[in-house]
Design a protein around this ligand. Structure first.
Ligand code: HEM
Ligand SMILES: [Cu+2]
Length: 576
């Protein structure tokens, strides 16, 4: 009987793994190393894309063209800014969270296909390199949406590299998502049912399904674009029998679902952060889980709302209706989160305030989305700053705030050290104020008629543009508060211990950072995904231990974290 171990969540290995920087610079199949590789790479591109944004705002301080050499240079600027932020920052950053956290939450030792996981990550640096190479050969200048004929007949050779870069990123996403789906399906302990997964896992599942179904359409569109550019075909050229709107249809059939690829994992982060930092069980677990699936489904029926101005009038109404319907599952989530917060003991940690910031900004973005879904309004503001405002409220106010919340929440788990809370609050205040005054006035600019994607504008728009630019610089600076916090905390941050937030999900029931295969043995799943560490879980685990034999002590473990006494304290806290 000597070999029977009872692998309990809450059993903390005494030995902490020691990883050096060089471990992160080479091929590794450990999902935790890969997760950090994703996040670090994505963050690098966030800084780069942010620098481009600063240049955009500098140019727009005055109505004349005075910073950039010409209109082409400005076109390249916003094209690469958008491409980097979407494809090299938000998507890979959230994939990094998924990689790091999901196997831990499932009690798995790693992802289902570790080699494939590493391969998917290592497609990203060459993709970034290809995109950067464009600066030396005439950068892409047709926007992140790259509509033909701009992207076929006018843009420089960088556009070809742009398409190749996106091909690699799309492949990376698809391979990563196949891995997530198989991991969720097969790597859970047998006794962990679908509805015993934390909501972050549901979010990653829904996202991965979207990626696997939608991203091949991007690859298809990119292939046609490449053929038009380099092989003389005319898929998008009406003069030779092609159809210029074909690109828009295929691109948006991918890219509307893709906006949910960028927001659903951030929704998942929110569900975790709210319940932990408001000290309450999540309200409406099933509603949140299933609404992600509903979004994944309905997301495929709305793409033509990006083409209202070029769409046959009789097709506008059905797309208007589906676009309005998609706000419903999102609304369900928002109300569930409010239900979670209501009556909670809210701890205003940096993670929590970023999550609350997300909620406030995302609701504004959702409302402007429904406004845009209304055809008459959209026709008025299409291609104006109103759209720019909408997309930043959902993507920055939503996805990026969610990423920040996730960083503050999981940094202790990933590094074993706490981030500095005071710096975290400075980061939040500067970001929140900077963000609001950067993007809110753009609603007004858009309604007044200022077109997007132009370097030169009518003088009457200058006052608002100055406000916007100054606020944008504040937002730029705010990012360095985070960078500084990370650097300082990595070296001198307060040791986090296994579970600094007294969280109740499985990833907190192992050391920070977790050992090579995450847990000692296979964790015993508890029926409530948000119940680990409670008195009930402790009793359950003790019963298991009694049944299977007490060999746990032989493992040299420190089990102080969820001692029965602490579990009682947690219970008391939760029941108040
Ligand atoms: C309530 C749900 C939403 C509705 C009804 C909605 C509707 C729309 C519509 C109609 C447009 C096209 C505007 C135009 O070009 O004339 C648009 C643009 C856009 N939306 Fe949304 N949206 C919603 C949520 C979101 C979310 C959650 C995201 C991302 C997280 C997002 C990201 C974008 C982006 C990036 C664009 C601009 C694309 C471009 O560059 O032209 N939207 N939205
Ligand atoms: Cu859309």
């Amino acid at each position: 009987m000597a070999t029977v171990t009872v692998p309990l969540p809450g059993v903390i290995p005494a030995e902490k793994p020691k990883l050096r920087v060089s471990d992160y610079l080479r091929w590794s199949v450990d999902h935790k190393v890969i997760g950090v590789q994703y996040m670090a790479t994505a963050f690098f591109f966030f800084i780069f894309g942010g620098a481009l944004a600063m240049l955009i705002r500098w140019e727009l301080l005055t109505p004349a063209l005075d910073v950039m050499a010409d209109g082409t240079a400005y076109n390249q600027l916003f094209s690469i800014h958008g491409t980097v932020m979407i494809f090299l920052w938000i998507i890979p950053m959230l994939a990094g969270f998924g990689n790091y956290v999901l196997p831990l939450m499932l009690g798995a030792k790693d992802m289902a296909f570790p080699w494939l996981n590493a391969f998917a990550f290592w497609l990203i640096p060459p993709a970034g390199f290809l995109l950067m190479l464009g600066f030396f050969v005439g950068q892409a200048e047709a926007g992140w949406t790259s509509y033909p004929p701009l992207s076929t007949l006018f843009s420089g050779d960088g556009q070809t590299l742009w398409a190749m870069s996106l091909h690699l990123l799309g492949l990376s996403s698809i391979l990563g998502s196949i891995n997530f789906i198989v991991t969720i399906k097969n790597m859970r302990p047998e006794s962990m049912g679908w509805f015993q997964m934390p909501l972050f896992c549901w979010a990653i599942l829904a996202t991965s399904i979207i990626v696997v179904l939608a991203t091949p359409f991007l690859s298809g569109a990119l292939t046609l674009l490449l053929l038009d550019r380099v092989a003389g075909t005319a898929f998008f050229n009406p003069a030779q029998g092609g159809d210029v709107l074909l690109w828009q249809n295929v691109f948006w059939f991918y890219s509307h679902p893709a906006v949910y690829i960028m927001i659903l994992p951030a929704f998942g982060v929110l569900s975790e952060v709210f319940s932990v930092h408001a000290r309450k069980p999540i309200f409406g677990y099933r509603a949140i889980a299933l609404s992600s699936m509903a979004i994944a489904l309905v997301g495929f029926t709305v793409w033509a709302h990006h083409m209202f101005t070029s769409l046959q009038p009789e097709l506008r109404i059905p797309f208007m209706i589906t676009s309005m319907i998609i706000a419903v599952p999102t609304g369900i989530k928002v109300f569930s989160w409010l239900g979670t917060l209501f009556g909670g003991k809210i701890k205003f940690t940096s993670a929590m305030i970023f999550a609350l910031g997300f909620l406030s900004m995302f609701v504004i973005g959702g409302i402007s989305g429904v406004m845009l879904a209304a055809v008459p309004f959209d026709i008025h503001v299409h291609d104006t700053y109103f759209v720019v405002s909408h997309l930043h409220f959902v993507l920055y106010g939503g996805s990026v705030f969610g990423i920040f919340a996730g960083i503050y929440h999981w940094f202790p788990k990933i590094t074993g050290r706490m981030l500095n809370e005071r710096l975290g609050k400075w980061h939040f205040v500067l970001t929140y104020i900077g963000f609001f005054f950067t993007f809110f006035p753009q609603h007004i600019l858009g309604i007044l008629g200022m077109p997007r994607r132009v370097a030169v504008y009518a003088p009457e728009f200058q006052t608002l543009n100055i406000i916007v630019s100054i606020a944008a610089f504040v937002m730029g600076i705010s990012t360095f508060v985070l960078v500084w916090n990370v650097i300082v905390s990595l070296r001198n941050g307060k040791p986090a211990g296994a579970n600094p937030w007294r969280a109740l999900t499985l990833e907190w029931q192992t050391s920070s950072p977790p050992p090579a295969h995450n847990f000692i043995g296979d964790p015993v799943p508890f029926k409530n995904p948000y119940g680990y560490g409670t008195k009930a879980a402790w009793d359950y685990l003790e019963a298991q231990e009694k049944r299977l034999g007490p060999s746990i002590d032989a493992l040299n473990v420190d089990r102080s974290m969820t001692s029965p006494k602490q579990s009682e304290a947690i219970n008391e806290e939760l029941s108040k």
